[in-house]
Design a protein around this ligand. Structure first.
Ligand code: NAP
Length: 314
């Protein structure tokens, strides 16, 4: 990229469904958007084995494949996708300054779609045994557990969906949940409960993850009886929710107590010309389709903002 290329109309931070949809809309508005991918091209969706609820794919679609299609479509209309990571933003000057690995970008408008990351259990052994039996990504690591015993923590859609995916490989999959009710959708619950490889341990939390060079055992506690027990397993997948990737914007944009960027119904943040979409701004829905919709809305609003700016300055 030349210095000139670094002065851009629309800079999109993040390349998940929200970011790439925003890029598609901004590209079709001929704003030549630049997308900084951050760590994960395709976002969390790219780590999902099959997405069955994105409209237009009645047979389901691979998460990585959907991400590639989003990217291809945005690039087809002129979006530029850069494998670059933003570190710092300065919204006190306009054009806004975004500092990334490759240098500074100056953007007339910014669309933040930095997504969210998995929450950790925060129990002893978790950090040490991550990558040695402990994982947060079934699509990435499921096949390591062929014919092995796997445990899952969580009671939401992610835990059920990923547990079902791991049944393809593992000899047994035991879902451990802190309550005796699950918040996963009924269709996933039914599929899991009917699956011959699935087992359930409820009212139970993992208190310690044990193993020297690889995971061997979980220490468990029944929260109803306080009874302690152990559970031998080769793998542990943790799916207990997500936290938004918004640390970079602390003190620079209004945020909720949980760190989600506050937006209005036009995806506007507290700074004019700066928009947020997808899981960085959405604690409620967190679906590929809703993130894509938010991204499109943000780009439409950015287009209007830039048109208004041009009208003022011409
Ligand atoms: P979630 O719905 O927030 O569920 C998190 C689960 O983890 C809950 O069961 C929660 O227990 C449990 N949990 C939280 N903290 C814990 C801790 N410290 N120790 C033990 N358990 C803990 O998260 P998610 O499953 O990742 O789903 C997030 C959103 O994405 C949801 O809106 C979901 O519908 C959506 N999603 C949809 C699909 C799909 O439609 N195919 C797939 C994946 C995700 P409690 O129930 O007791 O709070």
């Amino acid at each position: 990229m030349t210095d000139n290329d670094r002065h851009i109309k629309v800079l999109v931070l993040g390349a998940g469904p929200a970011g790439l949809s925003a890029a598609l809309y901004a590209a079709r508005a001929e704003l030549a958007p630049v997308v900084l991918t951050g760590m994960q091209l395709g976002g969390q969706a790219a780590l999902t084995h099959t997405i069955e609820n994105y409209p237009g794919f009645p047979e389901g679609v691979g998460g990585a494949q959907l991400g590639e299609l989003f990217q291809k479509q945005a690039e087809h209309f002129g979006a530029q996708v850069e494998f670059d990571m933003a570190h710092e933003v300065d919204f006190s000057q306009h054009p806004y300054k975004v500092t990334a690995d490759s240098g500074d970008y100056f953007a007339e408008s910014v669309i933040i779609t930095t997504g969210a990351s998995p929450v950790h259990l925060n129990v002893p052994g978790e950090v040490e045994l991550t990558g040695r039996g402990v994982s947060y990504c079934a699509t990435c690591d499921g096949w390591f557990f062929k014919d092995k015993k796997v445990a899952i923590v969580g009671g939401g859609d992610s835990a059920f969906e990923e547990a079902l995916f791991i049944t393809r490989y593992a000899s047994s999959v035991t879902l451990i949940h802190r309550r005796d009710e699950f918040r996963a959708s009924p269709i996933l619950q039914k599929r899991a409960k009917d699956h011959p490889k699935m087992n359930f341990i409820t009212n139970t939390v993992v208190t310690e993850i044990v193993g020297s060079d690889k995971l061997t055992t979980l220490k468990l506690k029944n929260v109803a009886t306080n009874e302690e027990s152990t559970f031998d397993t080769d793998g542990l997948f943790i799916f207990i929710g997500h936290t938004p990737n918004t640390q970079m914007f602390q003190g620079k944009l209004e945020m909720s107590d949980l760190g989600y960027i506050k937006v209005n119904d036009k995806m506007e943040t507290s700074v004019p010309g700066v928009y947020a979409a997808g899981e960085a701004a959405d604690p409620h829905f967190r679906q590929v389709v809703t993130s894509a919709g938010m991204g499109a809305a943000a780009a439409i609003q950015a287009t209007r903002y830039l048109e208004a700016q041009e009208a003022v300055h011409s």
